[in-house]
Structures are given as C-alpha cells and as structure tokens.
Design a protein around this ligand. Structure first.
Ligand code: NAD
Length: 344
C-alpha cells in the first residue's frame, strides 16, 4: 500500500479540484474518480494535468469502483462526489439519493474489503438545518430541510454507523457555503456575478434576507487537508469562516464592485423550504488543529469576480446549458406568496 496515495471522489468538482491541486503541491500521489456529471469538469485541473491519475467513474458502479481501489490501493480516501445543488434536489431528488446515499454506502463497503488509513467524508453545514440565532456545533442534532441536505445527513449517519459497527477509520467534515473561482454558475455567487457582468436581471429569492456563512474555496480545501493529515478518527469537524452575510448584501456588494445598478436585482418567488440562516461553531478545528480561514470576504469576492471576468468563455459555455433550467427554477417577478421572509 502506498503510504501517501489519496483517492479523491468528485475531484473534478468545484471544491474537490481545489483540494486536488493543494495536495499535489504537497507531493501526495493523487487518483481522481469522478463521473463528470454536468457539474464536473477536468478543465478545473488543467494546471496539474499529467500530475494525477483519472478514472471516469460513477460511484454507483460498485464493481468498477472496486477494481479502481483494488488496483490503486490508496492509503486515504477523500469523498467529495455528490449531487450538490439544492434547487435540483427540489425538482427531482432521485439522483441525490443515488449518489449521495447509495454512492457513499458503496464506498464504505469497498473500504471494508480494501482497508485504508483514513476516510474523509465531506458533508455540509446544511445537515443541521437553519437556526435563527446562535451556532451549530458538531454535536447539534441533524435537522435537514431540503432533499439535498437530507441525502447528505443520511450519508453522515451511514458513515457514523460504519465507524461504530465496522471500525472504518472515518472523519466527517461539515463546511459552510463555499465561493471562489471555478464554481458552477448555478450556485448563488457565480449566478450573481455572471448576470451582473452581462447586465441581466439578477434573481434573488424572496427579499434576500437569508443568511449564509461564506468560506473561500482555498480556505475550505486547506481545512480539509489539515483534517486529512491531523484530524482525530471518528470525529466530526465543522469548517466555517465566521463571515455571515445576508444574500441581499452579497448581491449589492457584487453590483458595487462591478459598477452595475441596483435595479438589476429582481426578487423572485422563494425557494420552497428555504433555510433562513446557517452558522457553524468552528472552534474545534481552530483550537485542536490550528486552522483559520485566511481570506476575508472583501478580498475573496474581489478575487472571485476577477477570475470570472477573465474566464467569461468557460462561464458562458456553462450558462448556455443552464438557460432553460433557470426558466424552470426562477419564476420571475413573483414574490413569495406570503410576502414574508421564509424562516423554514
Ligand atoms: P460540485 O457539484 O462542484 O462537484 C461534485 C463532483 O462530484 C462533480 O465533479 C461531479 O462530476 C461528481 N459526481 C457527482 N455524482 C457522481 C457520481 N455518481 N459518481 C462520481 N462522481 C460524481 O460540488 P462541490 O460544490 O465541489 O461540493 C463538493 C462536496 O462538498 C459535496 O459533497 C458537497 O455536498 C459538499 N459541500 C459543498 C459546499 C459548497 O458550498 N459548494 C458546502 C459544503 C459542503
């Protein structure tokens, strides 16, 4: 078994690709297994081309995945692969259950047969559900609201059960909302940047009062590297920046930085079951593993806008595919029926 070989599922995704680039710099041997769904793109790994091995792999295909693990014998497995967009899970939850729940079970079962040293399972702050005030701690009960977060919570519970029942050497990681270069433009911040740069109306759910904790993607990937190397097996770690922002404030900030008018904002009917606010308590990773987010929001959003401005072609290609999907998701000009801010 190679001591430093890391198998990364979902390594062609937004956060997984940043993680792959960081561990290649640290001289790990890297194997990426990714189905390359609409959200996956090896372009994200172009700067490390030739420095990792790639398997086009659906997690759900157990036989084929088992062959990959048998052949590669990784020492570490970092599991990013997921269906990751809440709105899509509301339209159809099927793929979310298949990839996020069954896919995780397939991986866990394979690691029973081909033991590894560390299994890092990437979860999300959304498994705690929303909170009006205070913070979600690692031991806060799970209370997911969307089919996406329910599928992630189910996967977390499966991982916990395999730790207890099968002694799988796993750690669960729960990051807050990520943003940064290479994020697929169906997610909030790249949608806003794209629409602003194109002078198009920017859809904002309800009154834009929902609050998220924003974490720059390189900070998140660095936290995951830290946990992979030094985290305690069997534990859960939250990863949050402590930077809370209302969606409307994020949009206004981006409009200001791109020198666009506020009247591009168009409030649209709220997302069903829209979580009001997430906020993690991240003292455990800070105190025990000495990790801290380095990039503040002003710097992070500046770098993100600059990256999208330089990569409008990549962005435009993705958006062409998204146009008809958007028509389905956002019902323009319809404010949420109650006119109230959704808190559930
Ligand atoms: P992403 O959608 O950008 O990437 C997901 C990757 O998984 C893609 O490359 C896709 O091709 C791959 N994939 C999907 N289904 C697969 C399957 N069946 N088999 C193999 N590969 C498959 O997602 P992301 O934003 O990079 O998120 C990565 C992980 O982090 C996810 O588990 C997500 O739940 C979690 N997370 C994301 C955020 C965020 O803000 N983006 C925050 C917290 C947690």
């Amino acid at each position: 078994m190679n001591k430093h070989k890391v198998l990364v599922t979902g390594g062609a995704g937004f956060i997984g690709s940043e993680f792959v680039k960081q561990i290649i710099k640290k001289k790990y041997t890297v194997v990426v297994a990714d189905k390359i769904t609409y959200a996956g793109d090896l372009e994200r790994l172009r700067e490390v081309k030739g420095q990792y091995k790639f398997y086009k792999q659906d997690l759900y295909n157990k036989k084929q995945l088992e062959k990959v693990v048998e052949e590669e014998r990784p020492s570490h497995l970092v599991h990013f692969a997921a269906e990751s967009h809440v709105d899509r899970s509301i339209i159809d939850a099927g793929a979310f259950i298949k990839t996020n729940v069954f896919g995780t079970q397939v991986l866990l079962d394979i690691t029973k047969k081909y033991p590894i040293e560390r299994f890092i399972h990437i979860s999300t702050d959304e498994v705690y559900g929303d909170i009006d005030e205070g913070e979600s701690h690692e031991n806060t009960p799970l209370n997911p609201s969307s089919p996406y977060s329910a599928s992630k919570a189910a996967a977390d519970l499966l991982v916990k059960s395999y730790i207890r029942t099968h002694n799988i050497p796993a750690i669960i990681v729960r990051p807050s909302n990520n943003y940064g270069p290479w994020q697929y433009p169906e997610k909030f911040i790249p949608v806003v940047i794209y629409k602003a740069l194109k002078n198009e109306k920017i859809p904002v759910y309800a009154q834009g009062q929902n609050v998220r904790e924003w974490l720059y993607v390189s900070d998140c990937a660095h936290a995951i590297v830290t946990i992979m190397e030094n985290g305690k097996l069997g534990e859960v770690y939250n990863i949050g920046s402590g930077i809370e922002k209302k969606n409307l404030d994020v949009v206004e900030n981006i409009l200001k930085k791109t020198k666009k008018p506020l009247d591009l904002i168009e409030f649209v009917k709220d997302r069903p079951g829209h979580d009001y606010r997430y906020r993690l308590n991240s003292l455990k990773i800070k105190n025990e593993l000495h990790w801290n987010a380095k990039i503040d929001f002003e710097n992070g959003i500046h770098q993100t806008i600059a990256w999208y401005e330089e990569n409008m072609k990549w962005l435009g290609n993705k958006v062409t595919y998204l146009e008809s999907y958007w028509k389905n998701v956002y019902k323009s000009n319809e404010l949420s029926a109650s006119g109230k801010i959704s808190k559930s």
